[in-house]
Design a protein around this ligand. Structure first.
Ligand code: FDA
Length: 325
């Protein structure tokens, strides 16, 4: 648990985020992030497509508090749309509202999102709006409501750890949804903390949405959940074109290929770009066993400055907090 907290704190450290961007693609991130530019990302997507796997592409971005950064993020996502269209790859886009300025101004963020969704609509490309932490939940659904009233090519995410997820899935049952357990550190006031409770609710939400008949993306690496859902769809005659499994790039690659070979629709979440640090730290927080990605790199490359700076920053941060107390 302490390791989970370490990585969660590190994921929110803006100074380290900037440092990571400056010092480049390190710490083993390249095994779970598909490159730092569009050319590398398109190559990764083509490779997945060759195995019958679709992609949802995330042009990574966090800590956007300046309008210029949000505009840059919007322009980059428009370039990603152009690349998907030009190369005719089987891919759509995942994006985060804060990346497009939700922390700056709601209408500004809505303008950026509208520009992207409208362009994607012209190209017949789907846009998934990822969900972030609880503080952004309400405004994110307000953005979604406005966009979904006008465009069909947009869907969003329901996070099973939130108590309000049952109400949310009922409200949004007519939309294409990705259902996940939830990745952020949330308080017991708003979210279940125990794995058992989250897993139980996760299954309930997936079953509910599958039965509603709208397209369901099941975002998980959990083989218990995947096996349960395989049986559930069979028992309820739910056709394979009504759902897909999704996993993150670089995780459980064999299982990704096996599911595609078994004839299930499969979509890999493909993150790319310079702003990989927060995403990578959240993956380590979720599953500290992923640390082996880092240790392999450390042994390959002797030492890794950024990792050491990260851990030092964390320890010093904790010490100074204790002193303040
Ligand atoms: P979890 O981490 O609970 O693991 C359950 C079990 O599965 C483990 O005990 C282990 O047995 C097995 N397992 C898991 N990973 C494994 C691995 N790498 N190798 C071997 N065994 C493994 N979150 C969010 O808040 N907002 C969002 O928009 C999204 N979007 C999103 C998209 C996609 C495609 C995915 C896959 C995930 C997200 N998430 C997300 C993250 C999600 O909320 C969640 O934090 C992670 O998927 C981790 O939970 P899992 O269900 O994968 O399994």
């Amino acid at each position: 648990m302490w390791l989970k907290n370490v990585f969660m704190s590190l994921s929110q450290n803006q100074a380290l985020n900037k440092l990571a961007q400056k010092y480049g693609f390190k710490l083993g991130a390249q095994t779970v992030v598909a490159g730092t530019n569009i050319t590398e990302m398109i190559e990764s997507v083509k490779e997945l497509n060759a195995h019958g796997i679709a992609a949802t592409v995330d042009n990574l971005g966090e800590f956007v508090y300046e309008k210029s950064e949000a505009i840059e993020a919007k322009d980059q996502i428009l370039e990603v749309l152009e690349a998907i269209h030009e190369h005719q790859v089987d891919a759509h886009i995942s994006l985060k509202p804060t990346q497009l300025g939700l922390d700056i101004d709601f209408d500004f963020c809505l303008d950026n999102l509208t520009r992207i969704v409208a362009q994607a609509d012209e190209y017949n490309i789907f846009i998934n709006m990822d969900m972030e932490d609880h503080a952004h939940l309400k405004p994110s659904f307000e953005l979604f409501d406005t966009l979904a009233a006008k465009y069909q090519n947009i869907g969003t995410v329901i996070q099973a750890y939130f108590y309000e997820s049952t109400e949310l899935i009922q409200t949004y049952k007519e939309h294409r949804l990705r259902i996940v357990k939830g990745a952020y550190k949330e308080s017991p006031e708003v979210a279940w903390q125990q794995k058992k409770d989250i897993d139980e609710n996760f299954i309930k939400l997936i079953e509910y949405h599958l039965l509603s008949g709208k397209f369901t993306s099941i975002g998980t690496h959990d083989h218990h959940v995947i096996n349960h859902i395989k049986q559930f769809v069979e028992d309820h005659d739910i056709p394979k074109d009504k759902f897909e499994f999704q996993m993150l790039y670089g995780f459980r690659k064999d299982m990704q290929l096996d599911l595609a070979k078994e004839g299930y629709h499969f979509c890999t979440y493909v993150p790319f770009g310079n702003d990989w640090y927060g995403y990578f730290m959240r993956r380590l927080a979720e599953r500290p066993q992923n640390l082996n990605l880092i240790t392999k790199q450390m042994f390959n490359k002797k030492t890794n400055t950024l990792l050491i700076v990260s851990l030092l920053a964390f320890v010093l941060g904790r010490l100074s907090k204790r002193k303040k107390k």
